[in-house]
Design a protein around this ligand. Structure first.
Ligand code: SAH
Ligand code: SF4
Ligand code: F3S
Length: 441
């Protein structure tokens, strides 16, 4: 099977989706297509979409709208919508957008070459969105394509079985499915053999890794085994769920040298009442206790989180609890969002939806508090020497970037002939809002 021409992939959403796009690129290149630099130059266009909030979903409509003219000029153009909006909207999308050729669900990435070829030959318009028990693309290896050639994503599980009241992911990715540890270890060994130094293990809820196959300590066992792979220097993972986060994982982070001292642990709200309505399965005090354990086992561990403001029924008092939680935990960094009602989720039609105006005000308050906390953290690092894995070159000569083990981005000057992949000792000269500036020592 072989085609000629160029393909173009546009990606929205989470790291899981970024990695799916890497798989899509690999598949298109195996089919004989070359990467195009723009939509205008391309013969196959794939929009890999995200449905997490309304704003993310709208991006696909705006992208598709723009492609109408391209299709008119070139009727042979193949336009594909993949990812979470494809899964959610199904053939509704092909009905709405007459120039769309293929709606590709999240379990069918591996079918893309066959389907593109079929469309090229027969001009059919297709939708493939059923959920399956063994997702072929979960077993696929795809090299990274980002600006960090020594870092790679590795999917360890797909889907989520949690059904938090606000979230579409269980509907767009299906139930939790773990990959076998043998396959993961083999992939990581191969990656390290080819020069990868850092991996990020991906899953919606990595703490639950292996539980769908009846293995209880699956995730910590996996970290231990990965730690023995030659050449691998740093292991990261995302996302952890507070309900499933326990002291054995804190112990593993503390004990395993290659596992980086950073945990992304989405709290969502500081109010127990709201957490209950969200169906998160923990209270704020459960969460705070786990953080205390983590900090006692892994001193200086960086902790980041996700927060939602304006969940239905969130009162001033509930929101005060969220602000208090930020002050109590003192996260290194947070990602905060206005609640967005998603089709088919439990929270979509809950009463007491919070007006947008109030959501906006609350989000601004969250930002103001967190910005100060992050600033203090960054100032505290000024003057110290940290280990930075050199990931890539900046725009100016002798300018490089990388990250600390705690996942802080560092831009630094380097007159010492270090190269990509080196662990460099960097003196931090200035802490900015989102990054650090330093000099190799
Ligand atoms: N699996 C992860 C995160 C998945 S989505 C977890 O369990 O937390 C990333 C973040 O988007 C979530 O943590 C949440 O903060 C936010 N999010 C999800 N659905 C949302 C919605 N309907 N409105 C606003 N933010 C949402
Ligand atoms: Fe969504 Fe909750 Fe699953 Fe995270 S754990 S993906 S927020 S349903
Ligand atoms: Fe978005 Fe789907 Fe990821 S909804 S956040 S692309 S799992």
């Amino acid at each position: 099977m072989s085609l000629s021409g160029r393909y173009f992939v546009e990606t929205y959403g989470c790291q899981m989706n970024e990695h799916d796009s890497e798989k899509i690129c690999t598949l298109m290149e195996n089919l004989g297509l070359e990467p195009g630099n723009s939509v205008d130059q391309s013969d196959v266009i794939i929009i890999n979409t995200c449905a997490i909030r309304e704003k993310a979903e709208h991006k696909v409509y705006s992208s598709l709208g723009k492609l109408k003219e391209a299709k008119r000029k070139n009727p042979d153009l193949v336009i594909v919508v993949a990812g979470c909006v494809a899964q959610q909207q199904k053939d509704e999308l092909t009905r709405k957008f007459r120039h769309l050729d293929l709606v590709l669900g999240t379990h069918h990435i591996s079918d893309l070459p066959d389907l593109v070829e079929r469309i090229r030959n027969s001009r059919e318009r297709l939708t493939k969105v059923d959920f399956i028990d063994d997702i072929p693309s979960l077993h696929m290896v795809a090299p990274g394509r980002g600006p960090r050639p020594i870092c790679s994503y590795v999917t360890i599980m797909q889907g989520c079985s949690n059904f938090c009241a606000y979230c579409v992911v269980p509907y767009t990715r299906g139930k939790e499915q773990s990959r076998s540890s043998e396959e993961i270890l083999q992939e990581v060994s191969q990656l390290c053999y080819s020069g990868i130094k850092e991996i990020t293990l991906l899953g919606q809820n990595v703490n639950a890794y292996g539980k769908d196959c009846g293995r209880m300590n699956g995730f910590t066992d996996l970290l231990e085994k990965l730690s023995q792979i030659p050449g691998l220097e740093r292991i990261r993972f995302t996302t952890s769920h507070p309900r499933d986060f326990d002291s054995s994982l804190a112990n593993a982070i503390g004990a395993l040298d290659r596992v980086c001292e950073h945990v992304h642990l989405p709290l969502q709200s500081g109010s127990d009442r709201v957490l209950h309505l969200m169906r998160r399965g923990y209270t704020f005090s459960d969460y705070a206790q786990k953080i205390d354990i983590l900090r006692s086992k892994v001193p200086g561990c960086s902790i980041t989180t996700d927060m939602i403001v304006g969940f239905p029924g969130e009162s001033d008092e509930d929101f005060e609890a969220t602000l208090a939680a930020l002050e109590r935990i003192r996260f290194d960094q947070i990602f905060s969002f206005k609640f967005s009602p998603r089709p088919g989720t439990a929270a979509e039609h809950m009463s007491d939806q919070v007006p947008d105006e109030i959501k906006r005000e609350r989000l601004a308050q969250v930002h103001a508090i967190q910005d100060k906390i992050t600033e203090v953290y960054h100032q505290e690092i000024e003057g110290s020497v940290v280990e930075v894995l050199l990931e890539g070159c900046g725009r100016l000569e002798n300018q490089f970037f990388g990250r600390t083990r705690s996942n802080k981005i560092v831009n630094f000057s380097n007159s010492q002939n270090h190269k990509i992949g080196d662990a460099v000792e960097v003196k931090i000269l200035r802490g900015l809002k989102h990054s650090l500036l330093g000099r190799a020592v």
